[in-house]
Design a protein around this ligand. Structure first.
Ligand code: 5GP
Ligand code: 5GP
Ligand code: 5GP
Length: 210
């Protein structure tokens, strides 16, 4: 349900495969803290409405302040690494996500600390790479079907993700992001009320190494 203080119905928790961010035409840069682990990282926790629309930039006065998440910075570096260029410490990515999406979630998640803590806690409940591996879906540059990927995550995690693809330098469709849905309170995974937009994957999906 929605109230005026909460202009959204659920969240997308979006995870990104770093290998697929990096092997596009645009390439990438590792953060100052070094090459991230070969695992899915957090892209964002995005408030969304059941009709597919979403609020954004809800509080222009609320600038990201790293000192408010000082106890989370280690986890943010490992679980929410930036791959954008030029190389930086991640603060730019976290600031973008907080200002664009987090400021719209203050009704449920509270302040900046609550937003990042909620995203990290939710991420820790999603052993997606192990689920894929257990089904033989490995980041080895091989090709998999959409059903293999979705089925593997469904079996191993108990949730069916929406799969977003992008294209590598040669134009091959590849596994880029996984979308999971979370209730408006930010504490339970739910079936997604609506699919995110996003590019179609086709049925031959590369899972590049990182
Ligand atoms: P969206 O959340 O949040 O509006 O788009 C992502 C924004 O964050 C883009 O402006 C992108 O340049 C920036 N960004 C910084 N680091 C990353 C990263 O590692 N992955 C992605 N997808 N975007 C990043
Ligand atoms: P269905 O709802 O029958 O599973 O799928 C309808 C259409 O959406 C099909 O073209 C199917 O390929 C596409 N689709 C279903 N799930 C996903 C997904 O997770 N990612 C993407 N990119 N397309 C999907
Ligand atoms: P892209 O063009 O990469 O699909 O999306 C650009 C940015 O728009 C994303 O990084 C994200 O900030 C936002 N965005 C795209 N799709 C959705 C969506 O379905 N829900 C929400 N809340 N934000 C989205």
């Amino acid at each position: 349900g929605r109230s005026s203080a909460q202009d959204y119905d659920f969240f997308f928790l979006v995870l990104q495969w770093p290998g697929s961010y990096c092997d596009t035409k645009q390439s990438c840069c590792y953060p100052k803290s070094g090459k991230p682990a070969a695992d899915f990282g957090i892209h964002g926790l995005w408030p969304n409405r059941d009709d597919g629309s979403y609020p954004q930039n809800c509080d222009p006065d609320s600038e990201f302040d790293p000192s408010k998440v000082s106890d989370l910075l280690g986890s943010l570096r490992s679980e929410w690494p930036t791959l954008a260029c030029p190389s930086n410490d991640g603060v730019r990515f976290w600031a973008h996500e907080w200002e664009k999406h987090g400021t719209c979630a203050e009704a449920a998640l509270g302040d900046e600390h609550g937003y990042f803590q909620a995203a990290l806690r939710l991420r820790s409940r999603l052993p997606v790479l192990a689920a894929l591996r257990d089904a033989g879906v490995r980041p080895d540059g091989g090709y998999y079907t959409l059903a293999q990927i979705k089925g593997a995550v469904q079996r191993g995690v108990g949730l069916e993700p929406f799969v977003e693809c992008n294209r590598d330098e040669s134009g091959n469709s590849q596994l880029y992001q996984l979308y999971f849905c979370v209730d408006a309170a930010g504490d339970r995974f739910v079936d997604c009320p609506v699919s995110p937009g996003g590019r179609p994957c086709g049925n031959r999906i590369e899972f590049p190494a990182f």
